[in-house]
Design a protein. Structure first.
Length: 286
């Protein structure tokens, strides 16, 4: 296998570059119908798309729903509408946290550590030699453009994220993915006095980091206008597969005061890769 020929370019669609969509899951039954609807609406050629799931500590019908949907996606009458490959992995971490406690400040480092482990399991199990791109996609993202893969590929950077907001019942919009951010002089000054094992978290009043969050940036510029980032979330994160192949993964330990997705961004930047966000490219989370 000659990996020298494996490229991730700004024109992946016409160059027939394969995309691997990765989604870790736990008790995801309520969200799967919309998740699959949005994936199937995407305009990227389906025969170039693989999907892989890691299902952990689940008590609902998530696995059976995935199996049923995989059967539909892989066995359509028209070969042009069949997906390249779908894999469902199961790996329990024996980590149980009540839903009403999953966002508590003091529980985040351990919760995010287990999320990092699940992402690394999924990545190492699912990444194949044909994949040029890896898309990390949350199961409960509820709206994004059909051409988003082509749009994000056209930016032609190592890691790129759109701006993920949340629509509220009164029709207003709030920032959702606060893990997309830039360091500031204030945030770097705070870190100089921190214990190396202290994990910083965004969106919590208990410890204000002083960073510049992408959800607070202006959104009126062209939607493909990019800004450099130092941390990313994983609601919809497109990564050139060589970034992962060369060793950038999701640290379950404190790496430059971050774990999981933000630790991944820090690690990728330390390796010389570019990390960018698109403040004006809006997607929506539940």
């Amino acid at each position: 296998v000659n990996l020298n020929d494996l490229q991730a370019t700004s024109d992946g669609k016409s160059r027939q570059e394969h995309v691997l969509i990765l989604t870790p899951l736990k008790n995801a039954q309520p969200y799967l119908a919309r998740y699959f609807e949005l994936i199937d609406r995407m305009t990227y050629p389906k025969h170039l798309v693989s999907i892989a799931f890691l299902v952990s500590d689940t008590t609902d019908e998530t696995v059976q729903i995935l199996k049923d949907q995989a059967d539909v996606f892989l066995n359509r009458r028209d070969p042009r509408n069949r997906y390249h490959h779908i894999a469902i992995y199961e790996k329990d971490f024996k980590f149980d946290m009540p839903e009403n406690e999953r966002h508590k400040f003091e529980l985040q480092p351990v919760r995010r550590s287990f999320m990092a482990r699940s992402r690394n399991y999924l990545l190492t199990a699912a990444l194949r030699e044909e994949h040029a791109w890896v898309l990390w996609l949350d199961v409960d993202v509820v709206e994004y453009p059909a051409g988003i893969l082509e749009d994000l590929q056209s930016v032609d950077v190592d890691i790129v994220v759109p701006n993920c907001l949340r629509e509220t019942e009164d029709g207003s919009f709030w920032g959702y993915d606060k893990n997309n951010w830039q360091e500031t002089e204030q945030s770097l000054a705070i870190q100089r006095d921190l214990d190396p094992d202290y994990v910083l978290l965004e969106g919590y009043y208990e410890f204000l980091t002083g960073r510049y969050l992408m959800v607070d940036m202006e959104t009126h510029l062209p939607k493909l206008n990019k800004v450099p980032l130092d941390g990313v979330g994983a609601t919809f994160t497109l990564v050139k597969a060589n970034v992962h192949r060369e060793g950038a993964n999701f640290p379950p330990y404190a790496f430059q005061h971050q774990v999981e997705t933000e630790g991944f961004a820090k690690m990728a930047k330390a390796m010389g890769f570019g990390v960018y966000g698109l403040p004006s490219y809006i997607i929506y989370h539940i």
